[in-house]
Design a protein around this ligand. Structure first.
Ligand SMILES: Cc1cc2nc3c(=O)[nH]c(=O)nc-3n(C[C@H](O)[C@H](O)[C@H](O)COP(=O)(O)O)c2cc1C
Length: 288
């Protein structure tokens, strides 16, 4: 664990330097503590995070050794949860299911996703699944406009709505190596919607990103309503080519910053919605 902590520290410092935030360092230091020292709520959310990433990993074509370390880490986290005797069965059952999927993936060596037409079946009204596998075909531009229009209807701080939307239409959907990695999804999705905001309109630290989140939630709800699949994808430091590349390609000045991209297409994956922690476990009413 000592070596992991040192490795985590250096990775954290490097990533923090690259993205100009101490979050990566904080993230690494928390994760590289001994698991027995993880606070309960951190442990549960870490299980959600790691199970999500393992679930995504096994949707990719099999390759030996891939995701093995993650699988072992998840198993260790679950072991710790079991030891503590905490009641988070909704999360642990799902995470154990994903460990099972990993075993099938390594035995059968085939991507572990469910393809089908009934994509949104049995999902509650506000549940929007991320779709990572697309059918061939391009939804009409008018539907993308409808989604953007719904995004514009969301609340935005001080009603600024300093958004600029660039839609990259992909006429050459490429399904080689289809999987859940961002690069393969970008190649296969017919649309990639970039949500930019004007940095000069905001003096606050977080307001712009919250505005983008509100916009995006309306967007994906509308898309689901139209039968379209979406996958929100990080922007900024996680974009495939980075901010500078896309700004140049999309002919945008430095005032603009992309907060999020959303892939849109015709869905062909039936997604299991990961469970949420039982609501009452994250709520406390305090009497004034
Ligand atoms: C801000 C943000 C960034 C995300 N970035 C990615 C991404 O880069 N790649 C990806 O496959 N999914 C990404 N997602 C999708 C989430 O991992 C997750 O699948 C999504 O929120 C749907 O929730 P569900 O898995 O509970 O259905 C992102 C979601 C959000 C809100």
């Amino acid at each position: 664990m000592k070596t992991e902590r040192i490795r985590g520290f250096f990775k954290g410092v490097k990533d923090s330097f690259l993205v100009g935030s101490i979050n990566p360092l904080r993230f690494q230091l928390a994760a590289s503590q001994d698991i027995s020292n993880y606070p309960n709520f951190y442990l549960i959310c870490k299980i959600k995070h790691e199970a999500h990433l393992l679930d995504k990993a096994v949707k990719n074509p099999y390759s030996p050794g891939r995701a093995t370390a993650r699988k072992e880490y998840l198993a260790a986290l679950l072991n710790e949860l079991d030891k503590r005797n905490l009641d988070f069965i909704e999360v642990s059952n799902w995470a154990y299911e994903i460990l099972g999927k990993y075993d099938i993936w390594t035995k059968e060596k085939t991507s572990q996703m469910l393809l089908g037409d009934d994509v949104f079946k049995a999902l509650p009204e506000l549940a929007v699944p991320s779709i990572r596998f697309w059918k061939e075909g391009t939804p009409p531009e008018s539907q993308i406009i409808e989604c953007i229009n719904s995004g514009q209807m969301a609340s935005a701080s001080c009603n600024r709505q300093a958004f600029l939307i660039k839609v990259v239409a992909n006429d050459n959907q490429n399904f080689d190596g289809e999987g859940a990695r961002n690069a393969s999804m970008f190649a296969a999705a017919p649309y990639r919607v970039f949500i930019y905001y004007n940095v000069n309109n905001y003096s606050e630290k977080y307001a712009a990103m919250i505005d983008i989140g509100m916009f995006a939630q309306n967007f994906v709800l509308k898309a689901k309503n139209l039968g379209l699949g979406t996958c929100c994808c990080y922007a900024s430091e996680h974009l495939d080519h980075g901010q500078a590349y896309w700004k140049k390609k999309l002919d945008l000045s430095n005032e603009y910053y992309c907060g999020l991209t959303i892939l849109v297409g015709i869905p062909k994956e039936v997604v299991n919605k990961p469970p949420r922690i039982e609501t009452k476990k994250i709520v406390e009413f305090i009497r004034a």
